[in-house]
Design a protein around this ligand. Structure first.
Ligand SMILES: Nc1ncnc2c1ncn2[C@@H]1O[C@H](COP(=O)(O)OP(=O)(O)OP(=O)(O)O)[C@@H](O)[C@H]1O
Length: 326
């Protein structure tokens, strides 16, 4: 078994379709046992990247190493699990038959499959439902069954493409728990999801892609540069208070559209500055209704990066609302 290598490493990976680059010099690293969020708008090249990493699509250029080897190597592929976004299930099979079929394709011995299938069905919340035909499964049950298929052969790296799109909130929490269990077992997870709050809760690191290139990658803290966004709600914002807030941090947005109410988003460098914000509001004579430090969230980062103009290079925030720069 390969040890001490990254789960995924790509350098200047490229895929062209009819002369058009849909993955255009993509470089990223996913550590062993890391849960990695791969984020980007529709058409950014995420699925194409995943297909190259699985050895299903041949790159037009660059390099990709998966578990220290080539994605084209069957010994590497045998250690990968994959839940595609749109999966065609054989509706006439039962859940157990489906898993048995996939396990045999993965080269698992019959005896091991007999033990493992009830175990994974239990793990994905389908315990006792394996004898029912897939044609009678709900969308959420099918997605759980696909997930069972992805982890059946105890992979070292699992690709999950929108694994919770068909699930209710309870199902989503359960999938998060499954991902956390995989991490605890040292399995790396490459997660494509549009549900940013979900990615935020489970991923160690994330990469943002746009037009086939990685704009940023890192931990949440690295990506936000240690910034603490604070929401302030008060009755009015005088020019003097605006200037005072701008001395304490960066005034990102102000919204005075509702009469008698002004919302400000201020980015501070440290939590210790929060009391000074309250003090500044108080000294200006404004009435303070809320002062809420927020965790940096992926949605804010995503919108900033993805909506940035030009060639996709990280840039200043775009005006989601009325913006006043500090
Ligand atoms: N086989 C193909 N032939 C031609 N163009 C393709 C092919 N596969 C993908 N593309 C194009 O490549 C671009 C990237 O597609 P891809 O599916 O990788 O994006 P994505 O980031 O996964 O999008 P989404 O979030 O919508 O699933 C799209 O413009 C798509 O039309």
């Amino acid at each position: 078994m390969l040890r001490g290598v990254n789960a995924i490493e790509t350098r200047e990976l490229r895929k062209e379709y009819r002369g058009r680059a849909v993955v255009d010099g993509l470089s990223l690293t996913v550590g062993e046992g890391e849960v990695f969020g791969f984020l980007g708008p529709n058409g950014a090249g995420k699925s194409t990247t995943v297909k190259m990493l699985l050895g299903l699509v041949l790159p037009s250029g660059g390099e990709a190493r998966v578990l220290g080897g080539s994605p084209a190597d069957p010994a590497v592929r045998a250690q990968l699990g994959f839940l595609p976004e749109q999966f065609r299930f054989q509706t006439w099979m039962t859940g157990e038959e489906f898993l048995n079929f996939h396990g045999r394709l993965a080269g698992m011995p019959a005896g091991e499959l007999r033990r493992r299938i009830p175990e994974v069905l239990e793990e994905v919340g389908l315990g006792g439902r394996g004898r029912e035909s897939l044609g009678g499964y709900s969308k959420g049950m099918l997605q759980r069954c696909g997930l069972a298929g992805a982890i059946l052969a105890r992979p070292r790296l699992v690709f999950l493409d929108e694994p919770t799109s068909a699930l209710d909130p309870i199902g989503r929490v359960e999938v998060r728990e499954i991902i956390e269990r995989l991490r605890a077992q040292g399995v790396a997870v490459f997660l494509n999801s549009h549900l940013l709050s979900e990615v935020e809760q489970v991923c160690d690191r994330v990469a943002f892609v746009k037009a086939g290139r990685v704009l940023e990658q890192g931990t949440m803290r690295e990506l936000m540069g240690g910034v603490i966004p604070v929401e302030i709600r008060m009755d009015t914002l005088s020019p003097a208070l605006h200037a005072a807030l701008a001395r304490l941090g960066e005034v990102r947005h102000t919204d005075s559209n509702t009469p008698g109410r002004t919302d400000v988003e201020l980015w501070l460098q440290e939590e210790a500055a929060v009391p000074a914000v309250a003090q500044a509001v108080f000294e200006s004579g404004a009435r303070l209704y809320a002062l809420t430090p927020r965790r940096p969230d992926l949605e804010t980062m995503f919108l900033e990066l993805i909506e940035a103009p030009g060639d996709g290079a990280p840039a200043q925030a775009q005006p989601a609302r009325e913006v006043v720069r500090g």
